[in-house]
Design a protein around this ligand. Structure first.
Ligand SMILES: Cc1cc2nc3c(=O)[nH]c(=O)nc-3n(C[C@H](O)[C@H](O)[C@H](O)COP(=O)(O)OP(=O)(O)OC[C@H]3O[C@@H](n4cnc5c(N)ncnc54)[C@H](O)[C@@H]3O)c2cc1C
Length: 319
């Protein structure tokens, strides 16, 4: 039976929810599923991973002591694990970490690499990815001994399965090829990660300035929502790029997406169109987002958002 490795991404020692869509897609291929966990105390994730059908959890340590983030070392350690366990296909996320690791692994293995995949059929050796902000879907035929895929976060609905996973330690020693990581700067992220959030409240050019985003953060807090932004707000320097939703920002898949002062460009929509419910607050009833949302409030966001905030606080207090 063929074996697929799933590169599990952790954040603050927790499994990112977006991994489960990747596992679900891998499970569809009918292969044996190996979760690859990097220096992450893999046993702690057994319960969650087996709930999605993982059969083997490989706890990879690259040295006796945990190493700093060095993508060259980690890429080599993952390859060593793939070779040891006979894994020929590797799936990860098209995330910052995935973009750091997967192309390196593909280059070392001289394997085809497809990033931003939205579907996969290993039997037919085809992979799908969306192009031009989701306007077209490309079906790519792949050939080789190994395949490396970066799956678009939130593109695949996660589905649970049954089974029992086994945790297998795997230790290897790797050289870094002269690459040394001197410093890692963690960008201060306010609130919840966008790609993991169930509710997102985003602001666009209509927010007018950086300080006004505070009303979105106030509104987000009692409901555990994340705050996002359009590129116009990011380009204006009001918020960081890590908050940008869209074609050149993050792809999100919340249950509820509230767009405040965002017109609804195709590029913004490319990042949030799979949201369960889309609510827009905009002064312009002709804004493009009207055609694309479930609920539309024609109003000044500076009037509506404080009212919404008060209501949400009332609900939160009653709980
Ligand atoms: C290659 C490429 C990639 C891109 N990638 C992205 C991307 O990843 N993400 C992204 O978002 N954009 C992206 N863009 C930019 C995109 O085309 C739009 O320019 C951008 O999304 C517009 O942002 P906006 O809706 O905030 O601003 P605008 O289009 O200017 O809309 C502002 C809206 O706010 C409303 N408004 C104003 N004041 C208020 C108020 N007080 N109350 C309520 N409503 C109000 C207005 O009626 C208007 O509809 C990309 C563009 C290109 C060319």
């Amino acid at each position: 039976m063929k074996k697929i490795g799933i590169l599990v991404e952790l954040k603050n020692d927790r499994i990112k929810k977006t991994n489960y869509g990747v596992i679900t897609l891998a499970r569809k291929q009918g292969c044996e599923l190996y979760a690859l966990v990097l220096n992450g105390n893999a046993a702690a994730y057994k319960k969650q991973l087996q709930q999605y059908g993982i059969e083997k959890i490989i706890d990879i340590t690259a040295e006796a002591e945990p190493i700093e983030w060095n993508p060259v070392k980690w890429a080599k350690a993952i390859i060593a694990a793939m070779e040891h366990f006979g894994i020929t296909t590797l799936c990860g996320l098209t995330s910052a970490q995935g973009k750091d690791l997967l192309p390196r692994i593909a280059a070392y293995l001289d394997a085809p690499l497809v990033m931003d995949c939205t579907d996969l059929n290993l039997n037919e050796r085809t992979v799908k990815k969306s192009q031009f902000s989701g306007k077209t879907i490309a079906t790519i035929k792949i050939a080789g001994q190994h395949y490396i895929f970066g799956i678009r976060p939130n593109a695949i609905e996660a589905k649970t399965a049954t089974g029992e996973a086994e945790v297998i330690p795997f230790q290897t020693h790797v050289e870094s090829d002269g690459l040394a990581v001197k410093e890692i700067k963690q960008q201060a992220l306010k609130g919840i990660d966008l790609t993991e959030a169930d509710i997102i409240i985003s602001g666009g050019r209509g927010m007018e300035n950086s300080d006004n985003f505070d009303i979105l953060f106030e509104c987000a807090e009692p409901i555990g929502a994340a705050v996002g932004a359009s590129r116009a707000a990011v380009d204006a320097g009001w918020v960081s790029h890590s908050m940008q939703v869209g074609q050149t920002g993050k792809t999100v898949n919340p249950k509820v997406y509230i767009a405040c002062g965002i017109s609804g460009s195709v590029q913004h929509f490319a990042g949030m169109k799979t949201a369960g419910i889309i609510i827009a607050v905009n002064t312009d009833p002709q804004a493009a987002i009207v055609q694309k949302c479930d609920y539309f409030v024609v109003a000044d966001l500076f009037e509506i958002i404080p009212v919404l905030n008060r209501k949400l606080l009332e609900v939160a207090e009653k709980k």
